[in-house]
Design a protein around this ligand. Structure first.
Ligand SMILES: [Zn+2]
Length: 274
């Protein structure tokens, strides 16, 4: 499933294609959304924004298309009126006189006004978005809040109400960067370690957004590339690299499951303590 950085990049792509333009044609697959094809034609696209793993395209006169791609949804941008070669089913098309933004196979699409958007069951529960200018102090305070401090980082980082947009690969990579064992809880950490966690959460998520999916720093990625390593080996510190050596200490990386999802740990870099 795409995580925050991927959804933010998707929002950028859609904004570049249809932002500040007025659609000349819209298509909704779902019958109950058909009436909006007429309502939205000619209304200017004012904003395209990622919310956690969801996306909101806002039009003038308070119309907002909310979509959540779940596992299978995929956006394509094409010149106006053209379609990609795909066996997926088209669920939404927004066509301006320049471009078509096309959403295929998404499992959740809705059109709302700002009041319903505000009360939306998914959107209204989202914690701060790491790609929207939240500061490290806010993340540290939040980690030590009563509702979060007793939970393991492994479970917290999948909770969209704690920090939004973090998913499975970011969970592994943030905890590695902060040298925190996933079973640790915020209440187990020193103030310095909580600060380090906050900074790692911002750094790793921001880096993945900037680079299109890399969580390792430039100098390390360049060094590994020069040694002939493939992208799957230099892209992440640990994620997807079970049985291979940690880039920093050389210890074999372990794969396990926590909170129902796979997670990777370097036992030597991420010590668990009482
Ligand atoms: Zn290590």
């Amino acid at each position: 499933m795409p995580e925050g950085p991927e959804v933010h990049r998707e929002a950028d792509k859609i904004r570049n294609a249809i932002g500040e333009q007025s659609p000349i044609y819209l298509y909704f697959y779902h019958d109950h959304l058909k009436p909006f094809e007429r309502d939205l034609t000619g209304k200017q696209v004012q904003n395209v924004e990622a919310y956690g793993k969801g996306l909101v395209i806002s039009f003038e006169e308070d119309f907002h298309i909310y979509s959540h791609n779940q596992l299978y949804g995929k956006w394509f941008i094409k010149p106006a009126g053209e379609y990609p070669k795909t066996n997926r089913e088209l669920r939404l098309e927004i066509r301006t006189d320049r471009n078509s933004a096309l959403l295929y196979s998404a499992s959740e699409i809705d059109v709302m006004d700002s009041v319903s958007l505000h009360e939306h069951p998914y959107l209204s529960k989202l914690g701060p978005d790491l790609l929207k200018g939240v500061d490290p102090e806010t993340i540290a305070e939040r980690s030590l809040d009563d509702q979060f401090r007793r939970k393991s980082f492994a479970s917290l980082l999948l909770d969209q109400g704690f920090l939004s947009g973090v998913g499975n690969y970011l969970r592994t990579e943030i905890l590695y960067d902060a040298r925190i064992h996933p079973k640790m809880r915020p209440m187990d950490l020193s103030d310095e370690a909580v600060d380090k966690f906050s900074k790692s959460a911002l750094t790793i998520t921001g880096r993945s957004y900037q680079t299109g999916g890399l969580t390792t720093p430039d100098d390390l990625a360049i060094k590994l590339k020069s040694e002939g390593k493939m992208r799957r080996d230099y892209r992440h510190f640990l994620f997807g690299r079970d049985g291979k050596p940690c880039h920093i200490c050389g210890e074999n990386i372990q794969k396990t499951r926590m909170s129902g999802r796979r997670i990777y740990i370097c036992d030597s870099c991420q010590k668990q303590y009482d």
